[in-house]
Write a protein that binds this ligand. Structure first.
Ligand code: FES
Ligand SMILES: [Fe+2]
Length: 334
């Protein structure tokens, strides 16, 4: 009984969108690089179907813009920061923080077309994030009602999920797979709400039944009960909290679609900052490493066990209705 089958569809609002209705590269926040990468000069990498460069201004602010020079296409990531501008390595055109060309060697005035597209960006706890759009439609996400200054993170782990960004993030609303893939028995129905504009959240409590190594560690050492919230911002940026008894897990999974239709997932793990800096200098890195091992292990296990899932709006059934609602919601982020 497919939800899109006219005979079995109970309500028009359960019609799943066609795959072509989803943005290829949604307007959302993404992680470009670490702060360290712009310490010595500009840093560029390919993201979506373009190349972006980040550099740091004299005032300390970071700028993110298109890296392919508007003159003859050299890579600004191979240039230098000069006079608070980024200078192209080819003919020395200098671009300011607003993307406009300030200086062309041998010309009194730069040509009017000489401007690079600039992306809104934000630096937080050693990472540089950018928004894929002219103006952010929502703030850089964090754990709701928690202060980013009270948390520390560790170098993220990145893996490729062989499916689209909306299939990756639909997991938050895929009730059946919590049991079949993650070995978690829900103790109550999944709750779904929208805690802020551009955010959709699922929440559940479950018993951990899985016997894989990561779950066994949790069950034996921490708790066999878990309360999870998964908040998806802009369709792509997952903010996850997991409370296992007194132990709390906090992480992001940031989906970055690539041009092959797959998704690069950045897993950023957090722990609360220790109030005692001496104890924290020893224990914080250790706690972060353990958390990162547990979290990436959980996600890698899932990736390895599923092959390459494919979206099909015609094969969703009644029990998939929260996923269908997520797909409808996510299809609007163009
Ligand atoms: S290609 Fe950049 S200045 Fe010519
Ligand atoms: Fe999952």
């Amino acid at each position: 009984m497919s939800i899109n089958d006219p005979d079995t569809c109970k309500a028009e609002d359960l019609k799943a969108p066609a795959a072509t209705e989803f943005a290829e590269f949604p307007a959302s926040w993404y992680r470009l690089c670490t702060s360290d990468m712009v310490r010595q000069g500009p840093f560029a990498r390919d993201v979506f179907n373009r190349r972006l460069v980040a550099y740091r201004r004299k005032c300390g602010e970071v700028v993110v813009m298109d890296a392919i020079c508007g003159h003859l296409g050299a890579d600004l990531g191979l240039g230098e920061v000069v006079d608070d501008c980024i200078e192209c390595p080819f003919h020395g055109w200098k671009y300011g923080h607003d993307g406009r060309c300030r200086k062309v060697p041998g010309c009194t005035t730069p040509p009017g077309f000489a401007a690079q597209r600039v992306f809104p960006c934000q630096e937080r706890d050693g990472s540089i994030y950018f928004f894929n759009g002219a103006t952010p439609t929502f703030p850089l996400p964090f754990f709701i009602d928690e202060d980013p200054k009270r948390y520390r993170s560790i170098a993220p782990r990145r893996f490729e999920a062989p499916c689209t960004w909306f299939m990756v993030n639909a997991h938050a609303f895929d009730v059946q797979h919590f049991g079949s893939v993650h070995g978690r028995r829900l103790l109550e129905p999944l709750k779904v709400d929208e805690p802020a504009p551009f955010a959709r959240r699922s929440c559940y409590s479950a018993e951990v039944l899985s016997n894989n190594i990561h779950s066994l560690v949790l069950r034996r050492l921490v708790s066999d009960r878990v309360k999870i919230t998964l908040t998806i911002w802009g369709g792509t940026f997952a903010v996850v909290t997991g409370d296992f008894g007194k132990s709390r897990s906090r992480f992001f999974v940031i989906s970055e679609p690539n041009s092959e239709g797959h998704t690069m997932c950045d897993v950023v793990v957090f722990t609360p900052q220790f109030s005692n800096p001496i104890i924290g200098s020893v224990l914080q890195p250790l706690m972060l490493r353990i958390r990162r091992w547990l979290t990436t292990g959980y996600l890698q296990h899932e990736r390895a066990s599923l092959g390459s899932p494919r979206y099909n709006p015609h094969s969703l059934i009644e029990v998939d209705q929260e996923m269908v609602r997520y797909f409808q919601w996510a299809a609007q982020f163009n």
